[in-house]
Design a protein around this ligand. Structure first.
Ligand SMILES: Cc1ncc(COP(=O)(O)O)c(C=O)c1O
Length: 389
C-alpha cells in the first residue's frame, strides 16, 4: 500500500536498534524502587536518565498529597476545562505558579509539549515572524510550525547570528518572537539570556524562554536561567513542565503580560484536551511547595552534578560544554553510541541514547541526567561503568 511505504525508514531504524542489542524504545522498568533505582530484565539498575532533578517522584509528601486527591476527587477530570469546568486545584496551582514567578497570572496545560504548542499557536500567526534557536526542542519547532508564522532559525546560542536575523527583519522585528530554552535538554548548556534580552529590547522584539529543564535547577529560588541571569522581569513568556524537577506531568506558561489570561479563549491545545488529573495537580502543588521550601535540594543536585561531570571528565570523555545536571558524553558515531548504551544497560546503568537527527550538530550522545536523590556511591558506580567501556 503506497500510503504505508514511508514506514520502511522506521522499520530500518528499528532493525538497526534491535541488531545492536536492546531497542531503547522497548526498555521496561519492571519495578521502580526509588527515584534513582529500578529493575530492568531482572537486574537492579541505576536510573541516570530520568530528568528527575529533585527526586520528587518518591517524595512521601507528594505521594500522600496524590493519594488524598485520588480518594477525594477521583482518577481524572474526563474533559477539558472549557467544556467540563475546572477543579479548584487547577486554579490553586496556577495561582501558586504566578506567585512563584511574580507574574500576574499563569496558565496550566496538560503536558509541557502542549504548553509549547498552546502558547506559540496563540501568540503567533501568519503575519508574524519567529526566530528559533537551532537546538530548540521538538515541541517548540512544532508549535512554531503550527502557528503559520515565518520561521527563521539562528545558530545555537550564537548572538551574532541572532542579531543578523533581527537586522534583516527590519520593521518586522517588532512582530517577532525569539524562542530559546533556558538550559538545553541534550547538552545541558544554557542560553546567554542577558545578551539575548539586550538584543530583543534593542529591536523591539519579544522573548519566550522554555525553562523545562531549568526549573528547580537554576536561579537563587529555582525559577530557572532567567532568574540566574537576572532578567526574569524582561522575559515576555516563560514556559515549563511539571514532568521533570516536579516529578509529575503537565505544563505551564507565566507572563508579565496580563494578556496571557486571554489565551484560555484562543489556545486550541489548552481548550481541546482533558485538563490535568487531580493526582497530577496535587503532587505538582506539593512538589512546587517543596522546591520553594527546601533550597538544599538544589545544592545537593549541583554537588552530584559536579561529582559526575568531573569524574567523567577525568576519564578523558568529551562532555557537554558546561557543568550542569545534564551530562552528555559524545560518542564517536551512532554505532558506538548504540553499543556503549547497551553495555551500560547490561551493567546496570540506564542513560539516554541521543542519536541524529534529533541532536545538536547531528552528534551521537549518551546523556545522563543527575538527581538530588542520587547517592555519591551511585554516581561513583555510574562513573566506573563508563570507565569499563
Ligand atoms: C525543552 C523541553 N520543552 C518541553 C518538553 C515537553 O515536556 P513534557 O515531556 O512535559 O511534555 C521537553 C521534554 O523533554 C523539553 O525538553
Amino acid at each position: 500500500m503506497p500510503l504505508l511505504e514511508k514506514f520502511s525508514i522506521a522499520k530500518q531504524l528499528r532493525s538497526s536498534l534491535v541488531d545492536a542489542g536492546k531497542d531503547p524504545t522497548t526498555v521496561v522498568f519492571d519495578v521502580v524502587n526509588s527515584a534513582t533505582e529500578g529493575v530492568v530484565d531482572g537486574r537492579t539498575t541505576i536510573l541516570a536518565g530520568t530528568n528527575n532533578y529533585l527526586g520528587m517522584t518518591f517524595d512521601p509528601d507528594c505521594i500522600s498529597a496524590g493519594i488524598t486527591a485520588l480518594n477525594t476527587l477521583g482518577t481524572g477530570t474526563t474533559g477539558s476545562r472549557m467544556a467540563n469546568g475546572s477543579y479548584a486545584a487547577h486554579g490553586k496551582l496556577g495561582a501558586e505558579l504566578a506567585d512563584f514567578y511574580g507574574c500576574p497570572n499563569a496558565l496550566v496545560f496538560s503536558t509541557g509539549y502542549t504548553a509549547n504548542l498552546g502558547v506559540l499557536t496563540a501568540l503567533l500567526g501568519p503575519d508574524d515572524a519567529v526566530l528559533l534557536d537551532s537546538d530548540a526542542h521538538a515541541s517548540l519547532y512544532d508549535g512554531c510550525r503550527m502557528s503559520g508564522a515565518d520561521i527563521f532559525r539562528f545558530k545555537h546560542n550564537d548572538l551574532t547570528s541572532l542579531e543578523r536575523r533581527l537586522e534583516r527583519l527590519g520593521e518586522r522585528a517588532r512582530r517577532c518572537l525569539i524562542v530559546v530554552e533556558g538550559m538545553y535538554s541534550v547538552l545541558g548548556d544554557c542560553a546567554p539570556l542577558a545578551e539575548i534580552v539586550a538584543l530583543k529590547e534593542r529591536f523591539g522584539a519579544s522573548l519566550l524562554v522554555d525553562e523545562a529543564h531549568s526549573l528547580g535547577v537554576f536561579g537563587e529560588t529555582g525559577r530557572g536561567v532567567a532568574e540566574a541571569d537576572g532578567v526574569s522581569d524582561k522575559v515576555d513568556f516563560i514556559v515549563g513542565t511539571f514532568s521533570k524537577s516536579l516529578g509529575a506531568m503537565g505544563g505551564f506558561c507565566v507572563s508579565r503580560h496580563e494578556i496571557l489570561d486571554l489565551f484560555r479563549y484562543v489556545s486550541r491545545p489548552f481548550m481541546f484536551t482533558a485538563s490535568p488529573s487531580p493526582v497530577v495537580m496535587a503532587t505538582t502543588h506539593e512538589a512546587l511547595r517543596q522546591l520553594r521550601a527546601r533550597p538544599e535540594l538544589k545544592d545537593t543536585l549541583w554537588s552530584n552534578a559536579r561529582r559526575l561531570y568531573s569524574g567523567l571528565q577525568e576519564l578523558g570523555l568529551e562532555l557537554g560544554p558546561e557543568l550542569s545536571p545534564v551530562v552528555a558524553v559524545r560518542c564517536k558515531d551512532k554505532e558506538s553510541a548504540l553499543s556503549s548504551w547497551n553495555k551500560l544497560l547490561h551493567a546496570g546503568v540506564y542513560v539516554n541514547m541521543m542519536l541524529p537527527p534529533a541532536t545538536p550538530g547531528g552528534g551521537s550522545f549518551l546523556r545522563c541526567s543527575i538527581s538530588a536523590a542520587h547517592t555519591p556511591e551511585q554516581i561513583d558506580i555510574i562513573i566506573s561503568k563508563f570507565k569499563d567501556l
